[in-house]
Design a protein around this ligand. Structure first.
Ligand code: 6GU
Length: 241
């Protein structure tokens, strides 16, 4: 997959993108990221990209010309790619949306800054995405969130793709609790079933704990799970203890 990022501050991405899963996806060329500065398309000697708002009000607004020209320039030198505007007014990012978009060979992410985009820029977006109900100073952090979670879904980025499919939100419930050595820490033991080596019992225990955790912490997700009879019984056993 190739992701083009249009931003006023391309420099902020480097460190984040060179680490861990993302860094190795880029190294293996499973994922390619192009950084593009909106300022390259700015107007005049000062490469102006923003202006005050018509009608008054605080802050600056991104002008339509430079940003739209940047989007069009990228469209012209590549295949068709959905253009995704990162804005607090977009649809909320979810694992489901990421999975749908993970089949695209190419995506374009547009990061806003200041008080927002001139409304006429929105016609260039195929989709607007928000990462949650709070206000960021710009779309760059949202773009990092988008690219990091997308990279995990591209086959080959993570050695064991099964581990991706077990992640929370993939199949619905939250992850089951995890433990590692030591077997006892400050008098807190690891649940016995995990060290007994019976994989069937371990899987049942994990499933039960994952359902319980979801019911307690995220009743909204739990309601959408569609449990079968076996799963309902399993849940009862773990609420009993
Ligand atoms: Cl994508 N951009 C900004 N500026 N704020 C946000 C956001 C995006 N998602 C949540 N808040």
């Amino acid at each position: 997959m190739k992701i083009d990022i249009l931003t006023l501050i391309p420099g902020v991405f480097q460190n984040v993108f060179n680490e861990s899963v993302l860094g190795s996806a880029l190294e293996k060329q499973i994922l390619e990221i192009g950084f593009h500065s909106i300022r390259d398309f700015g107007e005049g000697r000062h490469r102006v990209v923003d202006d005050t708002a018509f009608g008054g009000g605080p802050g600056m607004v991104l002008k339509p010309g430079p940003l739209i020209q940047a989007i069009r320039a990228l469209r012209e030198n590549g295949e068709v790619a959905p253009v995704i505007g990162l804005t607090p007014q977009g649809v909320k990012l979810s694992q489901k949306l990421l999975k749908e978009l993970s089949h695209k060979p190419r995506l374009m992410l547009v990061c806003g800054r200041y008080e927002g985009f001139d409304e006429r820029i929105r016609r260039e977006f195929d989709l607007e995405v928000s990462i949650g109900d709070y206000v960021l100073s710009g779309g760059e952090i949202a773009a990092m969130v988008f690219v990091d979670s997308m990279a995990r879904l591209i086959p080959g980025t993570i050695g064991d793709q099964a581990s991706v499919e077990q992640d929370s939100f993939f199949n619905g419930p939250l992850d089951h609790p995890q433990y590692t050595r030591p077997a006892v820490w400050e008098s807190l033991p690891v649940p016995q079933v995990l060290s007994e080596g019976n994989h069937e019992s371990i899987n049942l225990w994990r499933k039960a704990r994952s359902l319980k955790k979801t019911a307690v912490r995220r009743p909204d997700l739990f309601c959408r799970l569609n449990l079968d009879g076996k799963e309902k019984n399993l849940l009862q056993t773990c609420f009993a203890d």
